[in-house]
Design a protein around this ligand. Structure first.
Ligand code: ATP
Ligand code: MG
Length: 231
């Protein structure tokens, strides 16, 4: 079992290729103390989401090690690993059920108060109560069609927050968020500091100015690493 104490994260010379292809991650090494924010930026296809997939063990490294609080992720149960980490994926899947159901998915016995608190952290509570007469009972439609892209991502964000993970990953994806959503997510991440380790996948350096460590990916390698001031 993984006993996550503070959510420190390290990649030790990790190289990875899908199936038989060329490496999409090459010799990635970094160290992030628990409770800090890591940002991954870089062009589409540079390997950002792949790094996240290695963290949650959808795949294992071809070489090198992924460590959480000093423990190799291959040496712990998948269940304990995945209960410690919540990922807001770039294409989040919503069920054609109520907003409340969607936020609670993953912690189905959470109280209404807990659902609302998580929604406030994710800056989606106002939109739910103002925009929809049925509020949290609003059924989102096939693939969440009744919600905008930013709203969907924030519902998925609230779902992740509700799970109280030790490590929270937000994969912004290629569809750049509108600047209001981007700013709200920045504020939320700032508010989550200390409670959990955060990984932000972003397209612009400006989005992640506050991160403790920024890795700039270029074709599967880290081209630059440091704080915003250092880069
Ligand atoms: P984006 O900003 O568009 O989300 P990314 O930096 O997250 O891009 P990845 O999704 O990590 O990029 O992809 C890195 C490389 O791995 C790309 O060349 C991509 O085509 C390839 N790739 C991704 N998923 C797979 C897969 N399941 N099988 C084979 N190759 C893949
Ligand atoms: Mg990606």
């Amino acid at each position: 079992r993984l006993a996550v104490t503070n959510g420190a994260l390290a990649f030790d010379n990790v190289t990875f290729s899908y199936a038989t292809g060329a490496p999409v991650l090459r010799n990635i090494s970094f160290d992030l103390p628990g409770g800090r924010t890591l940002a991954l930026v870089g062009a589409t296809g540079s390997g950002k989401s792949t790094l996240v997939r290695l963290l949650v063990r959808f795949y294992d490294p071809t070489a090198g090690r992924v460590l959480i609080d000093g423990a190799d992720v291959t040496a712990v149960t998948l269940h304990s690993l995945r209960s410690a980490i919540a990922v807001v994926p770039q294409d989040c899947v919503l069920f054609n059920e109520s907003i409340r159901y969607n936020i609670r998915y993953g912690r189905p016995y959470a109280s209404d108060g807990e659902v609302e608190a998580a929604s406030r952290v994710a800056h989606i509570h106002e939109a739910i109560t103002r925009r929809f007469p049925e509020g949290y009972e609003t059924v989102v439609g096939e693939r969440g069609l009744r919600l905008s892209g930013g709203e969907k991502q924030r519902v998925a964000f609230a779902r992740a927050v509700l799970r109280r993970p030790k490590i929270l990953v937000l994969d912004e994806g290629t569809s750049a968020l509108d600047s209001l959503t981007e700013r709200m997510i920045q504020e939320s991440v700032a508010g989550l500091r200390q409670q959990c380790t955060t990984i932000l996948v972003a397209h612009r350096l400006s989005t992640v100015a506050d991160a403790d460590l920024i890795l700039v990916f270029d074709g599967g390698s880290v081209a630059e690493a440091g704080s915003h001031a250092e880069l």
